[in-house]
Structure formats: C-alpha cells, structure tokens
Design a binder for this molecule. Structure first.
Ligand SMILES: Nc1ncnc2c1ncn2[C@@H]1O[C@H](COP(=O)(O)OP(=O)(O)OP(=O)(O)O)[C@@H](O)[C@H]1O
Ligand SMILES: [Mg+2]
Length: 309
C-alpha cells in the first residue's frame, strides 16, 4: 500500500520551561496514512496535533524520529508545491484584499501568470467568497478569513491537503461547504489530512482517523474498523410475527413498525451467530445491520481509558 504520510517514532520536546524539562509534546508517533484517504487527526487540547502538523510541514524539527510526506522528508523543497496547507493560526496582512492576498500566494507557488486570474476566481468561487474578492482582509470576520485560508490551501491543486482545524470559526453553512470541498478534493484525487474537534463532522467525512492524547497515539486506522459493532438491528418484514416472537426473549429492544413489520435490537454480540443463521434462512424477509458505536462515544472511551489522562 502507498502512504502519503508516514512517521516513525516521531518525537518533539520543545525544551525547558524555567528549571523543569518539559514533557514531550509528541512521543514516538507512528502513523501511516494511506493514499486516497480523508484522515481525521483527533485529540483534546494540547494533545500534540499542531506539533505533528508543524513537523510534517518542516516548520519545526523533530527531537528524534522521522517523517515522510509524499515519500520525501519534510524539508524537501520539491514537495512544498504539491502540498496545500492551512495553519492553525494563519497570519493575514490586513491591508491586502482577498484577491491581492491570493495573487501573492499564487506567485509564491509559481502558478504561471496566464493561469493565475482564472485559478484565483475558481478558488474564491469554491469557498463562496467571490463577491468579497476586493474586500480587505482586515475587515473580514473569522469565518471569512478561514475561507480565504482554505482558498489559498487549494490554490495549487495540491496532491495533499494538510489542514489544522479547518472547521474552526465556520458557521453551520461554512462547515457543510467545507465538508463538500474536502469530499470534492478527494474525488479529484487529493489526499486530505486534517485536525478537528468536531467529531460529528469527522465521522461523516473521514475514512481514517487517529486519536492523540498527551503526545501519545491512542489508536489509528480505518474508521469502520475502529467503530466496532456495539449491537445489531434486525428488520423483519410484515407477516412474520412468529419469527419476531421467537427472537423477542433475546432482544434488548422490540418495536412494532407502522407497516406491521418488526425491528428488534440486540446489544449482545453473542447473538450474532443466531442472527446470521436467521438471516440466511429468511433472506427475503429479514435484514440484519450492525449498530456502530459513534465516534464521540469512541473518542471519550479511548481518552477515559488512557492511563496518562
Ligand atoms: N512553541 C511551543 N513551546 C513550548 N511548548 C509548546 C509549544 N507549542 C506547543 N507546545 C506544547 O506542546 C503540547 C502540544 O501542543 P499542540 O499545540 O501540538 O496541541 P494541539 O493538539 O494542537 O492542541 P489544540 O487542540 O489546543 O490545538 C502542549 O502541551 C503545548 O503546551
Ligand atoms: Mg492545535
């Protein structure tokens, strides 16, 4: 499998605070982010997400360990043009207009002058800021600035987008639009790695996640694999009361549906072999679906069970 980001024992100590050596902000991080994924990077405040992102962007150097981004070390100049980046606290020159700012970014990215105007108009349209192209950044709200930050990150049609809390400051429309932008980026072949505290949004759009706590990785992998089944839902079509009744003792919940069918829920995973058997013998009338743990419950469970908390 190809990976867009890989880290091996990546560790960062920022140094000393007065006389006391600081705890590592990141310790022995090992993650592999497969090509083609939308990767959600999660963790409470101070977990080490921004530190990791800064290391991947070569804004700070690791104390030990290594990282590769698009197959190269983070200090490789060539890869900079293939990455789109939104920092956690972007600094904007307040006297520039949105267009002038993006034009400067486009020049730095060496986008040819013949393509610059079109490309800037395209990204302004994508982040729904076309009508503010001439507005000065100093007069923009936090959410508007975040949109401009996202516009500059996608300006060079990057292969990899690294976004530090892109949903911060966006209203519900902005969040929905950003989720659509991220999904579209993925459809166009861009890999996306972003940190966020908004677990419901992460659950909706990410296929892979990692959770950090106090500089340590608690888990990482495919969302579907991590959010294991916490139970099963059996839908029985109308006209099968006998079958429904035979399963009721074992079910943790039963519900008669308005159409006369039944929905039974089973919270014990031991019921699975029996339910699979029922389904295979009644394919036309019975549907079995796993009930997943939601990401929020999973996140809290992982953090609560971490000895370092
Ligand atoms: N420049 C710095 N100098 C010293 N310590 C730092 C520095 N930057 C971060 N830290 C420390 O490193 C730890 C991890 O911080 P980091 O910013 O990576 O967390 P985060 O997961 O991004 O948190 P948040 O969700 O609040 O953005 C924290 O304990 C923080 O105090
Ligand atoms: Mg951060």
């Amino acid at each position: 499998m190809e990976y867009v980001i890989q880290t091996e024992n990546l560790t960062k100590y920022y140094g000393w605070l007065f006389w006391k050596k600081q705890e590592p902000s990141l310790e022995n991080l090992n993650i592999s982010i497969p090509k083609g994924s939308i990767f959600g990077f999660l963790g409470p405040n101070g977990a080490g997400k921004t530190t990791t992102i800064r290391l991947l962007m070569d804004l700070i150097k690791p104390s030990s360990g290594t990282a590769t981004v698009l197959g190269c070390p983070p200090d490789n100049i060539e890869i900079k043009q293939r990455i789109g980046f939104l920092p956690d606290t972007p600094a904007f020159s307040s006297y520039l207009s949105a267009y002038e700012f993006l034009d400067t970014c486009a020049k730095l990215l060496r986008i040819p002058s013949s393509e610059r105007r079109n490309r800037i108009e395209e990204v302004l349209e994508t982040v729904k800021m076309s009508k503010h192209a001439k507005g000065k950044l100093g007069t923009f709200s936090r959410g508007m600035l975040q949109r401009i930050g996202i516009a500059q990150a996608i300006l060079n049609k990057p292969e990899l987008l690294i976004l530090d809390e892109p949903l911060l400051g966006l209203d519900p429309y902005g969040r929905q639009e950003l989720k659509d932008i991220i999904l579209n980026q993925k459809r166009n072949g861009t890999n996306v790695f972003f940190s966020s505290h908004i677990l419901s949004d992460v659950e909706r759009i990410c296929d892979h996640i990692a959770i950090l706590n106090k500089g340590h990785l608690l888990c990482s992998g495919k969302l579907d694999d991590l959010l294991s089944a916490v139970g099963y839902r059996l839908h029985i079509k109308t006209g099968n009361d006998e079958l429904a009744k035979s399963l009721m003792d074992e079910a943790s919940g039963t519900m008669r549906l308005p159409d006369g069918g039944w929905e039974l829920t089973f919270s014990k995973t031991e019921s699975l072999p029996r339910l699979n058997d029922v389904q295979s013998k009644n394919r036309e009338t019975v549907t079995l679906t796993p009930m997943r743990e939601n990401l929020e419950d999973f996140f809290f469970r992982k953090i609560e069970n971490d000895d370092r908390k």
